[in-house]
Write a protein that binds this ligand. Structure first.
Ligand SMILES: [Fe+2]
Ligand SMILES: [Fe+2]
Length: 718
């Protein structure tokens, strides 16, 4: 029989007998004109021909429940499972027929492979129909889905065929067939099991054939996994190549590389939603300040950034993409997956540059950088030219550098402080002088110093409006003359930015943060959470408390936090201030993640009384607090803890030679004790790999013992 005739009959006939017709032999005389003649170009019919009761995806029929495993002792339920598989076989058959009709110019051997596979699928279909019938379920009595038909019928190339059909639909069948094979065994149905066994063995061959052609045609510079990802067209995604259970053995036998199988195994289902790309660019503020990417970062800093590059995997709560130049080990990822983390797919930037090369052939729903910069906006345009998620927030693509710069300046906080004082008039924020101001000359600096020293008996601090936490600031004691290098620094900052910030140096007592996600339109849910965090003497971030804000807190501190004036305590005010800040950010056109840091302070002459500084700092990006907040979901119910990115200084202080030794010691003394829901009750977990860490190791500790050990020598007092 002519292959085209055979294919046409299977695709178009609405009689099962025609679809199951087995020719004695094939000849492949390719005219390829039929589909062209039918619609003017090569394109598939809307629907394959089907008997009335098997018409695909009719809406009112959709959504019939798939049998539950505990009901499989019932004939009818096993019959329904087989019905599902029978439809899969029929659809595979029709899609293969379609491929033969569309891919008229492909290699003869490939076409013959398809034809031979079709004979197998016919046999599978017959086997399923027979067994279903014995179990009292007729083909057509259960509604059938059309996912693969809808998404595959536009195939254009042999590569589309192998990726979409052999390596996706049939790969998933390796899981399904294997899974039900043992389930049918459990309910003592050897006949159904026998059917599954035959199908399973054949499907391994089918997938193997796909892998063979795929390997022949794919770009040899890419791994199997990368080439597969590029070969699929949305909404088809690798997760569609997984069924129930994960069958490694079948995949190995089909000829997949071990790496490919690992990737498949840790993949989380994302149901075809375009994925977002996450990346860690913590130098965003400095870049915006300088107006260019910082390529002169000192080695230590660069290593610290690389150590924490996987942090966004804790922020993405769906199966997204983490774009990094340091991919975490599979074993590390698997362990977090077991604890319930929705793993992103890891895409590695080969030459260390996160310029989007590796993402070009994918359709992604947008970029989620740690912080937005002009470079990130350009990357977003490159990888996702059509912005699909404006409603969710994030900068418009029309943003430009002056807008960024205007926003990122640290002096913006002065406006917010004023706003909060106005909004919460009766709240004890302390003297207004504490809020500080802007200066543009040495003379103004001196005037401020004088006032601060006379009225508050405090030191003065000068701040570069584009410095980062703890850097780019100068503390001045009263009457101390500036050294020549300090004068040089002041002149440089003033020359660069025209102005700098001046504030009294108040002793901060406690640091809190309102974590924000500023949405487009309305700020009702802008405050995600409020956390307590810790800084060192230089004002640099040290760690965040996990669990209730007052967990482990000294009673006196707690009293101060809860003490109410005019019905408002510090604790109540922080989220309210966060809400105000979110509204203010939205007014300026900023949407997306942000953090409002606030701290309490003491004043000379006021004893132990704590005031709240109205807005300490605002960060237009994700913050360590956002990460810590997401880590809380891995704590057991009622447990508390601390998340701390441990730096090499503490390492040395503890006498450890490297992070591997440091981590091993912690793990040995405080082994992770997990609840039945996989939440951390006590002990430690790591948020990056100790073996790979060079400057920073993220440690999550739970329970008083582990926490107290972790903060030893850091100056943190709970
Ligand atoms: Fe099959
Ligand atoms: Fe198959």
């Amino acid at each position: 029989m002519n292959l085209e005739e055979f294919a046409k009959q299977i695709l178009l006939s609405d009689r099962l007998e025609d679809k199951l017709f087995v020719p004695e032999s094939f000849e492949d005389e390719r005219k390829g004109l039929w589909l062209r003649a039918q619609v003017g170009s090569i394109c598939a019919p809307e629907q394959p021909g089907r008997p009335q009761e098997l018409v695909l995806g009719s809406k009112k029929k959709r959504g019939s429940a798939f049998p539950r495993e505990k009901d499989l002792h019932l004939d009818s339920e096993r019959g329904k499972v087989l019905h599902f598989f029978a439809n899969h076989e029929l659809m595979a058959l029709e899609l293969m027929a379609l491929a033969l009709l569309k891919l008229v110019d492909s290699e003869p051997g490939f076409r013959l492979d398809i034809a031979r596979t079709m004979l197998d699928e016919q046999r599978h279909l017959r086997l399923y129909m027979q067994r279903m019938h014995q179990l009292g379920v007729d083909f057509g009595s259960v509604p059938v889905g059309d996912y693969f038909w809808r998404n595959f019928r536009s195939l254009q190339t042999p590569m589309d065929y192998v990726c979409g059909l052999s390596l996706t639909l049939e790969q998933a069948n390796l899981d399904f067939a294997h899974h039900y094979l043992s389930l049918f065994q459990n309910v003592d149905d050897p006949q159904s099991r026998g059917v599954m066994e035959q199908v399973y063995e054949d499907e391994i061959q089918h997938v193997g054939q796909g892998v063979k052609w795929f390997n022949r045609w794919r770009n040899p510079k890419l791994s199997q996994w990368e080439a597969y990802n590029r070969g699929l067209h949305l909404p088809m995604t690798p997760s569609r190549g997984k069924g129930l259970g994960f069958n490694r053995e079948g995949r190995l036998r089909a000829g997949f590389e071990a790496d490919f199988i690992d990737e498949m195994e840790i993949l989380t289902d994302h149901r075809g939603r375009p994925r977002r790309v996450w990346l860690y660019n913590p130098m965003c503020e400095i870049e915006v300040g300088r107006g260019q990417e910082d390529r002169t970062l000192p080695k230590l800093r660069r290593e610290a950034v690389a150590d924490l590059a996987n942090l966004p995997m804790f922020l993405s709560n769906q199966a997204d993409i983490l774009y990094t130049n340091r991919p975490p080990a599979k074993s590390f990822l698997r362990a977090w997956k077991q604890r319930g983390l929705f793993l992103p797919e890891i895409v590695t930037a080969r030459d260390g540059k996160l310029d989007g090369k590796e993402l070009e052939s994918r359709i992604v729903g947008g970029l989620r950088p740690w912080g937005w910069t002009p470079a990130m906006l350009a990357l977003q345009k490159r990888i996702s030219p059509i912005q699909t998620e404006l409603e969710e927030g994030w900068p418009d693509l029309s943003w430009n550098y002056p807008q960024f710069r205007g926003l990122y300046g640290k002096h913006q906080i002065l406006k917010l402080r004023r706003l909060l004082r106005e909004r919460f008039k009766r709240f004890p924020f302390g003297p207004e002088l504490v809020d500080g101001g802007l200066v543009s000359s040495m003379r103004e600096i001196n005037l401020w110093r004088e006032r601060i020293s006379c009225e508050l008996q405090l030191n003065t601090v000068l701040k570069d409006p584009f410095g980062t936490a703890g850097m780019g600031q100068l503390r001045l004691e009263p009457d101390r003359a500036l050294s020549s290098s300090e004068q040089g620094w002041v002149c440089k900052v003033l020359a660069n930015h025209g102005q700098m910030m001046v504030e009294p140096w108040v002793k901060d007592v406690d640091d809190y943060s309102a974590l924000l996600m500023v949405p487009r339109g309305g700020s009702s849910k802008a405050v995600i959470s409020t956390t307590r965090f810790f800084t060192d003497l230089r004002g640099q971030y040290t760690g965040t408390l996990l669990g209730k804000m007052t967990a482990g807190m000294e009673p006196e501190r707690r009293r101060d936090l809860e003490y109410e004036t005019h019905g408002l305590s510090i604790r109540k005010l922080i989220p309210l201030a966060g809400k105000e800040a979110a509204r203010w950010l939205a007014e300026q056109g900023y949407f997306g993640p942000a953090g409002l840091d606030m701290y309490t302070y003491r004043l000379p002459g006021h004893g132990a009384k704590r005031f709240l500084k109205p807005a300490g700092e605002i960060n237009y990006r994700y913050t360590m607090g956002h990460v810590a907040h997401r880590l809380e979901q891995f704590l057991a119910k009622g447990a508390w803890g601390m998340w701390m990115p441990v730096g090499s200084r503490l390492l040395v202080q503890r006498g450890a030679t490297d992070f591997t030794a440091f981590g091993a010691d912690l793990e040995q003394r405080f082994p992770a004790h997990l609840s039945s829901e996989m939440g951390l009750v006590s002990g430690v977990l790591f948020t990056n790999e100790p073996e790979e860490a060079r400057q920073m190791l993220g440690v999550m500790a739970a329970g008083a013992e582990a926490v107290n050990d972790l903060i030893r020598g850091t100056g943190i007092s709970l």
